[in-house]
Design a protein around this ligand. Structure first.
Ligand code: MN
Length: 440
């Protein structure tokens, strides 16, 4: 025997002009839907979804039945959006919980699509049951973002899964053992964008009446900015199994977390929520609060939308162009060398003189040849850097300079050179000849 007590609250917030959220609170079915889509779309989508959910679940009140009911709700919203051009692109999130009897046992079935959330408050500790179907959350899963970064990430509003935006939907389903004293929180992102888990947890633990808790949470989210519609459903397990086990079982049934990319492609719409950003509803906000609200409004106006195939294609192509440019620059840089002077020593560098874009020259060969070993008239261009296409040609260049210097000092070592007139009798022998071996 499981008995639940619940309370709910919803609010338009301080920025939006309409409330597209919807709370459902019936004896055995609880839900939060957060609609999206221009004009009336968002409101229609959330309303259609929860109505279809309730009817379908009533026919088959089991865990699988609840999941099927979400699939049916999806079909209902999708079909309607196809029939009415004004409603095209509408969609909604949906998180729902119900008590179902399976094999003579009461079980809490919980489903989710989108970025509304369900939390379990057990023994003073709050755990998030659902997983957001947003781009930011996907990035957390792949390790590109931490949860803290995701909470403020600009992509946290871009959904990878929503209800009613395509003919098919993947539903996450959990079965949870009801434990007396447990409290469940179902909420739209209007709550979690404004309050962190610590703040929510504090309210959940401090007030007994579920309706009062819901109202307090909504009010707190308003006070913290209220940039979006805020909806909260609180469900308490007042009669259920005793908490003999400190770790209650939460069984996830086939939530397909890895299917997000295919969802992304399946989403055929890209309609930002028409979120008028007037903050006229704010009663008497301080200037700082108003500034904050405006900032949030701008953020909200960018809105939540579904990523489309075209967007994805654009991102991929853009990425390819960037990668191409990167490798071209890299090729240009790493396929060039020059001879320069460092502390009176000739050094061969890889790269372009003075660096190229973000590439700085890298020392590849300290030749051991000093500025005294080469003709003085070459020093100017050496200090500026003499470009060569390969390390080998750079070494040859250095070797030639050393030979030229030897020639100047002792034309006899030039070995029948015709370019340097033999003005000095060949009386002295070369002593510095081995220098050249250093550079090869
Ligand atoms: Mn929302």
């Amino acid at each position: 025997m499981t008995l639940l007590r619940s309370g709910s609250a919803t609010d338009t917030g301080l920025v939006r002009s309409v409330n597209q959220d919807l709370a459902v609170e019936s004896p055995n079915l609880f839900a939060v839907a957060d609609g999206m889509g221009g004009h009336a779309g968002g409101e229609v989508a959330s309303r259609l979804a929860v109505d279809a959910l309730a009817v379908a679940f009533g026919r088959q009140p089991t865990g699988a039945g609840l999941s099927d009911a979400v699939t049916e709700a999806n079909a209902t919203v999708w079909q309607r959006s196809q029939e009415d051009p004004d409603l095209r692109g509408m969609g909604t999130t949906l998180t729902a919980m119900a008590v179902v009897n399976e094999d003579g046992q009461d079980v809490l079935a919980l489903v989710n699509v989108g970025d509304s959330r369900s939390y379990r408050f057990h023994d003073g500790e709050m755990t998030q049951i659902t997983s957001d179907h947003s781009l930011a959350e996907e990035m957390v899963k792949t390790g590109e973002l931490t949860s803290a970064e995701a909470a403020v990430h600009p992509h946290r509003h871009i959904l990878t899964r929503a209800l009613g935006v395509s003919p098919e939907v993947i539903v996450d389903l959990w079965r949870i053992q009801p434990v007396r004293g447990d409290r469940f929180l179902l909420c739209s992102d209007g709550l979690t964008n404004e309050l962190d888990t610590g703040q929510i947890s504090e309210v959940l633990s401090s007030v007994t009446d579920p309706r009062q808790v819901a109202q307090l949470l909504v009010r707190a989210a308003r006070t913290h900015g209220g940039s979006d519609n805020i909806t909260v459903v609180v469900v308490d397990v007042v009669v259920g199994e005793d908490d003999d086990d400190s770790s209650p079982t939460v069984a996830a049934v086939a939530p397909d977390f890895r299917s997000a990319s295919s969802d992304t492609l399946a989403s055929s719409t890209d309609r930002a929520t028409a979120g008028p950003t007037s903050d006229s509803e704010a009663s008497a906000p301080s200037r700082r609060e108003r500034r904050r609200a405006r900032r949030r409004a701008r953020r909200a106006a960018r809105g939540r939308r579904l990523i489309t195939f075209r967007t994805l294609l654009f991102v991929i192509l853009f990425g390819a162009v960037l990668a191409g440019a990167y490798y071209a620059v890299r090729w240009y840089d790493t396929n060039s060398f020059y001879v320069g002077v460092n502390n009176n020593e000739l050094v061969i560098y890889q790269g372009r003189v003075g660096g190229f874009l973000w590439y700085h020259p890298v020392e590849v060969d300290r030749t051991g040849v000093t500025t005294a070993d080469v003709p003085a008239n070459y020093l100017g261009e050496l200090r500026a850097g003499v470009e060569e296409s390969t390390v080998k040609s750079a070494r040859t260049y250095v070797a030639n300079l050393v030979s030229a210097k030897l020639c100047l000092m002792n034309p006899a070592t030039c070995g029948g050179s015709t370019t340097t007139p033999a003005t000095t009798p060949a009386t002295t022998t070369a002593t510095t000849a081995p220098t050249t071996t250093k550079v090869t």
